[in-house]
Design a protein around this ligand. Structure first.
Ligand code: NAP
Length: 253
């Protein structure tokens, strides 16, 4: 059965391809991002059940308006996906207050606004699915130059888990999930704050298609959290948490 789905960060990368794939299976979509032109073009190509809504997710008012527009258009929301995010390329010792604030605003506060905007609707219906797109760097911060980004995604994982724990007993049909992709072949590296001129996805990056397939499977089969490349990531998590020093030594080799 088709679902009503809100996706933030839908103007490019993971969010844009996710929108295309969900539209192909007749889900009804409200797409959000700042770049109106890209968003409008994408929405038109997705068909008549997809709508763009220009949103800066670092502004609570914008996120509330996005929720209102989705409810006005579709009457209800089944799935809300906080996917908007941005990286940084700066070592810990070089971080400024503004850098940290920017990472927390775009990666944590944005998702908190989304959670607080849609949850009353889910609670009223007694069902719904909230998905926060985090990063594997939240679990293993092995890309040191991503520094404040890694910290912000760790914070996002914690808030997501705590919201799930708050609601589980009273609202068993509200699902709260976190998605942890490793490197993905999008413009994420290019769009990062302080990206070097030659920034590009790493050669081992997972395809956006694979990541989107994993997120669609999560929509169909809700779980608390997923890795998008579990065969590799689960083994790394085991190694990291059993011996952090050895893991970091291996990284240096
Ligand atoms: N690619 C990777 O290697 C990777 C790995 C792990 C996790 N992730 C996560 O995956 C998510 C999507 O990233 P991506 O790889 O698809 O990168 P991307 O192509 O750079 O997409 C980022 C999206 O976020 C939106 N966005 C950024 N700031 C925003 C703001 N203030 N308000 C509204 N929208 C905003 C951008 O839209 P506008 O610029 O139009 O606003 C864009 O649509 C992010 O949360 C990222 O942290 C990516």
């Amino acid at each position: 059965m088709s679902k009503v789905i809100v996706i933030t960060g839908a103007s490019s990368g993971i969010g844009a391809l996710l929108a295309r794939r969900l539209a192909e299976r007749s889900d009804e979509l409200m797409l959000a991002a700042r770049r109106s032109k890209e968003l409008g073009q994408l929405a038109r190509s997705c068909g008549r059940n997809t709508f763009p809504f220009t949103t800066d997710v670092t502004r609570r008012q914008d996120v509330n308006r996005l929720r209102d527009e989705a409810l006005r258009t579709f009457d209800h929301v089944d799935v809300w996906i906080n996917n908007a995010g941005r990286g940084i390329t700066r070592k810990v010792m070089d971080l400024t207050d503004a850098d940290l604030d920017e990472m927390m605003a775009v990666n944590v506060k944005s998702a908190l606004y989304g959670m607080q905007a849609i949850m009353p609707h889910f609670m009223e219906r007694g069902k719904g699915h909230l998905i926060n797109v985090s990063s594997f760097l939240a679990r293993i911060p092995h890309a040191a130059s991503r520094s404040a980004y890694n910290a912000s995604k760790s914070a996002l994982n914690s808030l997501t888990a705590n919201l799930r724990m708050d609601l589980a007993a009273e609202y068993p049909d509200i699902n709260i999930s976190v998605v942890m992709p490793g490197a993905v072949a999008t413009d994420f590296a290019v769009n990062a704050l302080y990206a070097p001129a030659d920034a590009a996805p790493v050669s081992t990056a997972q395809s956006t298609e694979e990541v989107v397939t994993a997120i669609i499977d999560l929509i169909d089969h809700p779980r608390p959290e997923i890795y998008t490349n579990p065969e590799i990531q689960l083994e790394q998590v085991k190694q990291y948490y059993s011996d952090v020093a050895a893991f970091e030594r291996n990284m240096r080799r």
